[in-house]
Design a protein around this ligand. Structure first.
Ligand SMILES: Nc1ncnc2c1ncn2[C@@H]1O[C@H](COP(=O)(O)OP(=O)(O)OP(=O)(O)O)[C@@H](O)[C@H]1O
Length: 632
């Protein structure tokens, strides 16, 4: 095939085009990060080759030592980043470099702030690294061949980054990839070996693959990064800056990590782990498919990034870092990892280390712990659901909003238990759709009156949490919105219950009439021990899903049996008093509906017939004159 026959020109996918436009025109500050991105791709390619060659050594051809090269051609004004990694086939090239937007691209574009410095830092995190070449180059060529394919399968990709790229066949002896940057006007600093060396040291020093550059006048190539596995060095010899730099290379997170744990386990099953707890939440923390995981090495050879969560459970998925085992076989496969005792042991020990560290942080540095909680608290709340074995420990790390706390989520279960009232037998909580809804819920009235603390849970995950966290250190957790309340345990409850202003018979009579009027909608109507200010509220059975949970489940497409809540009324409220005295203007059914409907609304629920509700309310507000309202 001649080159022209194989040549095709394509347009960049729309979002890629937008991205390129941005690279070319606005990401000018910190433009040196392009080198970090290209080196990181090259090193990944080397790692992938090494892994595949474990199964198929022929892929190594006669060039088994992985390396990345930087080459400068002053006359042509090019900088080339080369690797002898896995390389790309023609299809790979088409897919990876232009026709398909990667999932991060849209989100990257959405996250831009307009502040160049900040935006440039986003590049690496969103997996849009390759295109950063166009920050400094006005023409980029990629020459590549996939390992294990013949020389004729080589491919060339060229673009000026302005809308189109061209792909053609190009025989190539060496496997792997060369990325040739034709530097744009004014970018000559990237032809200066000293400058390149400084950038590599700053951003890529701990990349485990050697980065080589033709050095001084003798043309000898020298390795310009450390290319050593930082985690294998003794702790005492690693500076704080080195730990942080390694973290940055691993994550591209511009912010330093909150803390890290570096452990060497000796013995017949030896391994080393270096685990980092980041300080801020990555953009993809809640993606259903995890993008990152701990990096697993076997005797310094990179095996895989553990996206399946074998080394770290999902509720600790924010932990980044490295595990390097001395004892796993080098040809370890994903399947093997699923059932491996050594992996199980490493995982259990790593979880313990992270929980230890979080407990220490919570105890010794509550302010930094609060930062951690803000970033990862809602993920940690998955812990009691996912990890029954560590339920109690994780529960101890949780922080909540509370009727007795300040503005932030700062109350731990231990705090709560320590200040429980004499006679109080449960940790009370309320789940709601939002914090405001929780704070204003009628369910809190009697608790406020008695000064009993209630935890306010307003995140979706909280509903799952409380179904799996029945107790904390022997004290049961109870929803204030479920079942009949037993406030008697608090001693003072009985005397201070709201004084029914109507006679018992009148209230009994009202209950009967309400039951009849609302028989389709509620399971029972009873006198409330919860309310002091509101006329009525909705209550579900002790073992039923709360209203909020029911709404979430339905929204997620679950079919739930129609369960009817109970309606509780407050005989001390003027409205209830009026109704029990028969003062309803001949519109008892409307009043009954209204009581029910306002209770549903206060609970954050939706009405089946909102228009009917508004009509009834207007009728009653205008004095219950049926004629005017109905004919309107
Ligand atoms: N030197 C290379 N060798 C082999 N494949 C490469 C090379 N450079 C890029 N690629 C391929 O192109 C894809 C896109 O690269 P790009 O830098 O845009 O994103 P990415 O590296 O996937 O993102 P992330 O930084 O999240 O890993 C890569 O995933 C890889 O498949």
């Amino acid at each position: 095939m001649t080159e022209t026959q194989s040549e095709e020109t394509r347009e960049f996918q729309a979002e890629v085009r937008q991205l390129l436009d941005l690279m070319i025109h606005s990401l000018y500050s910190s433009r040196e990060i392009f080198l970090r991105e290209l080196i990181s791709n090259a090193a990944d390619a080397a790692d992938r080759l090494r892994f595949e060659a474990l199964q198929d050594p022929a892929l190594n051809e006669d060039d088994p030592e992985p390396a990345v090269w930087l080459r400068v051609d002053r006359d042509a004004r090019t900088l080339t980043v080369s690797d002898n990694g896995i390389g790309m086939s023609r299809d790979d090239v088409l897919e990876n470099l232009g026709t398909i937007a990667r999932s991060g691209t849209r989100r990257f574009l959405d996250s831009l702030t307009g502040d160049q410095r900040q935006d440039a830092q986003l590049i690496g995190q969103f997996g849009v690294g390759f295109y950063s070449a166009f920050i400094v180059a006005d023409r980029v060529e990629v020459h590549t061949r996939r390992a294990g394919t013949p020389a004729e399968a080589g491919v060339r990709w060229v673009s000026d980054g302005r809308g189109e790229f061209t792909v053609s066949d190009e025989p190539r002896q060496r496997r792997g990839t060369d990325v040739v940057l034709h530097l744009a006007e004014g970018q000559d600093e990237f032809l200066d070996p000293e400058r390149l060396r400084a950038i590599v040291r700053r951003y890529s020093d701990h990349i485990a693959v050697p980065i080589r550059m033709a050095g001084g006048d003798d043309g000898e190539a020298e390795t310009i990064n450390r290319a050593s596995a930082l985690w294998m060095r003794p702790k005492s010899e690693i500076s704080e800056e080195e730990y942080q730099a390694f973290y940055q290379q691993l994550t591209h997170d511009p912010e330093p990590p909150l803390t890290w744990l570096h452990n060497k386990v000796e013995g017949n099953q030896a391994y080393t782990s270096l685990l980092y707890i980041p300080a801020r939440r990555p953009f993809d923390l809640f993606d259903p498919e995890p993008h990152h995981g701990l990096r697993l090495y076997v005797r310094r050879v990179f095996i895989m990034e553990d996206r399946e969560g074998r080394l770290m459970p999902r509720y600790l998925r924010f932990v980044r870092g490295v595990v390097d085992s001395d004892d796993l076989p080098l040809n370890v496969s994903r399947e093997l990892l699923q059932h491996n005792k050594l992996i199980d042991r490493i995982r259990a020990a790593s979880v313990k280390r992270v929980l230890d560290a979080l407990e220490r942080l919570a105890k010794d540095e509550p302010e930094r712990y609060a930062r951690f909680w803000e970033a990862f608290g809602s993920v940690l709340k998955e812990g009691p659901v996912e990890d029954a074995g560590n339920r109690e420990r994780v529960a101890g790390l949780l922080r909540f909003h509370s009727t007795h706390g300040g503005d932030g989520p700062e109350v731990s279960l231990a705090d709560y238990v320590a200040r429980m009232k004499a006679g109080q037998k449960a940790i009370y909580y309320l789940t709601a759709e939002s914090l405001t809804a929780a704070r204003n819920s009628p369910h809190l009235e009697v608790f406020r009156k008695h000064g009993v603390e209630v935890l306010l849970l307003a995140e979706p995950v909280d509903e799952w949490l409380v179904t799996h966290l029945a107790e904390f250190q022997g004290t049961p957790l109870r929803s204030v919105a479920k079942g009949e309340l037993e406030l008697d345990a608090l001693g003072e409850a009985d005397e201070s219950r709201p004084e029914p202003a109507a006679s018992d018979e009148a209230v009994e009579g009202l209950l009967g009439r309400l039951r009849e009027a609302l028989s389709e909608r509620v399971s029972d109507v009873r006198v409330s021990r919860r309310l002091t200010d509101s006329p009525a509220c909705i209550v579900v059975g002790e073992y039923e899903f709360g209203m909020n949970m029911q709404r979430m489940l339905r929204a997620a497409g679950h079919e739930l049996p129609q369960s009817r809540p109970a309606l509780e009324i407050n005989p001390g409220h003027p409205l209830i008093r009026r109704l029990s005295q028969g003062d309803d203007g001949g519109r008892f059914d409307d009043w009954a509906s209204l009581l029910y409907e306002q209770s549903v609304l206060m609970d954050g629920g939706r009405l089946e017939d909102p228009a009917g509700f508004v009509r009834r309310m207007n009728t009653l507000l205008s004095g219950g004159d049926a004629q005017t309202a109905d004919s309107a």
